[in-house]
Design a protein around this ligand. Structure first.
Ligand code: ASP
Length: 378
């Protein structure tokens, strides 16, 4: 471009002014869409709604706001009230939840898959005495421990599950083996144990699962049954200590897993919702990943996990709207106690429950980290 005179120079500069303003606007738009720093993350921090126990957060403006990774866990819903647990026990449960979050985050941070993170987070919960899964599994009517677990990969829609297993140290590992090494989705009892053993899943003597206070809970229910002459007493006002995890990884893939000892005093080979894909566990990259805890018969009848996903897919509800509708309206109407945890494809988290408490927590790559137990958290 040749500049012939000062006047010509001014004319040319004027031509560039609109372009300069366009560049400034584009630059500021980019800054607004950038991964939120700690200050932005703090602003978007979730709020627990007192009456529903639901945790929601602002929806991101677009895909650019998706955190690199998200992990959500639960350790069961039920009659969990402030002041009932000793401070030492409460501290120890919070530490166990923290250990599960740490184990899952180590996988996600290193770029591992959501399915690996889910399994990594569930194993320490299964190994803890505090939760009704693995080591801490409740007793059946016959004094045995029968465990159920499932896992689902939202990228491939593959799933695996085991039901009524008694010698597998970590039922979630067996569920993963069913998913990856068998042509089936759900294996039960001796067959599941044979398959898992043949595929290298660690076994233990059933006495490994003996925990004194779980045993005493069964004895007091059996005493009540004897006194009342009733044939079957479902534990009243229970704590459903099932464990679960859902994750979104750096690749944008979702996964979910759930593991449980079921319900104290269960009999006749009863299997709950936890190993039923679509009831206790569900994951689809198209919507979200979900893990449930609560009175399993209701979760099976109302296909709870799939119902939440379907409300998102077909009615275009957000994760928190869908989860809240199912847990706090549909289930409440019919008396189905429990909760659910979920993460959607954008990294939004929901953790609603209709009981007095639910052991729960989540973390995001943005630095947010939450561990909660009661409905009314400070
Ligand atoms: N949902 C489990 C079951 O019914 C129990 C629980 O969540 O603790 O087997």
């Amino acid at each position: 471009m040749l500049i012939s005179s000062p006047h010509q120079m001014i004319v040319n500069m004027k031509k560039w002014i609109p372009l300069f303003f366009c560049c400034c606007l584009a630059l500021s738009a980019c800054q607004n869409n950038a991964e939120p720093g700690p200050a932005t993350a703090a602003k978007a921090a979730p709020t627990a709604t007192e009456d529903t126990g639901q945790t929601t957060e602002a929806q991101p403006a677009d895909q650019g706001d998706r955190p690199d990774y998200v992990l959500v866990i639960h350790g069961g819903a039920g009659s969990i009230r402030r002041g009932v647990l000793s401070p030492e026990r409460e501290k120890s449960i919070r530490q166990a939840l923290q250990a599960a979050l740490d184990a899952g985050e180590a996988v996600l941070k290193a770029g591992g898959s959501s399915i690996d993170a889910v399994q990594a987070a569930i194993i320490p919960l299964e190994n803890s005495l505090h939760f009704n899964a693995g080591k801490g599994a409740v007793f059946t009517h016959d004094g045995t421990n029968e465990m159920d677990a499932s896992i689902m990969d939202g990228a491939t829609m593959d799933a695996g599950a085991v039901g009524g297993v008694t010698i597998l140290k970590n039922p979630i590992v067996a569920a993963r083996a069913v998913m990856e090494k068998s042509p089936h989705v759900l294996l039960t009892r001796k067959g599941a144990e044979t398959f898992a053993t043949e595929n290298g899943v660690e076994t233990v003597d059933p006495s490994y699962f003996f925990v004194q206070d779980r045993w005493e809970t069964l004895q007091s229910i059996l005493d009540e049954e004897n006194k009342s002459g009733s044939r079957y007493t479902a534990p009243a006002n229970s704590k459903y200590g099932t464990v679960g995890a859902v994750a979104l990884d750096r690749q944008g893939n979702l996964a979910a897993g759930t593991s449980t000892g079921g319900m104290t005093n269960k009999r006749w080979g009863r299997i709950g919702d936890s190993p039923i894909i679509g009831a206790g566990t569900y994951a689809s990259n198209a919507t979200c990943a979900l893990s449930c805890t609560g009175h399993g018969e209701y979760y099976i009848r109302y296909a709870v996990a799939h119902d939440v996903s379907a409300l998102m897919e077909y009615k275009e509800l957000s994760l928190s709207e869908a989860a809240d509708l199912v847990i706090n309206e549909k289930l409440v109407k019919v008396g189905g106690a429990g909760g659910i945890i979920g993460v959607d494809a954008q990294g939004n988290v929901a953790m609603p429950f209709n009981t007095s408490g639910m052991y729960r927590g989540y973390l995001k790559s943005t630095g947010e980290k939450v561990i909660e137990m009661y409905k009314e958290e400070e």
